[in-house]
Design a protein around this ligand. Structure first.
Ligand code: 9YT
Length: 127
């Protein structure tokens, strides 16, 4: 069994930050679960374009409020606690945090922890 505490990991190298978001990686590829599990916090007022071409991702809102826009259709969905979205089509999307958003995220395949966002908003496929 693996048991980890967000409040301990947030002060270690398992906490990764980029422009206006921080993500604590609770599970990574080398944990052998077949998915990675992250708690991502997006700053109030921030906007992010992501496109996980090489991963499926599902995201559950723990706290905060904002919206997600599907770039291909222009459709926007409100995000609030209890809402989940799953990028089952590797959907290119824009995420907006009206208030600070805290999200629980799963990636399949799992991220290794060393990925950085490429210019197109994706993470490279792990080798
Ligand atoms: C909310 C969201 O898309 N989170 C993605 C995960 C985060 N960018 C990370 O852990 O790399």
């Amino acid at each position: 069994m693996i048991v980890r505490d967000f409040n301990e990991l947030k002060n270690t190298d398992k906490a990764v930050s980029d422009a206006r978001w921080t993500s604590v990686r609770m599970l990574l590829a080398n944990d052998g679960m077949g998915f990675s599990f992250h708690i991502t916090t997006l700053e109030a007022g921030s906007e992010h374009q992501f496109h996980y071409k090489n991963h499926f991702e599902s995201v559950y809102c723990i706290s905060g409020s904002g919206s997600i826009t599907e770039v291909d259709t222009g459709k926007t969905h409100q995000i609030k606690p209890g809402v989940m979205y799953a990028l089952d089509q590797h959907d290119k999307h824009i995420l907006r945090a009206d208030e600070e958003l805290v999200m629980a995220c799963c990636f399949n395949p799992p991220v290794t922890g060393t990925e950085v966002h490429q210019a197109d908003g994706s993470y490279a496929a792990s080798s």
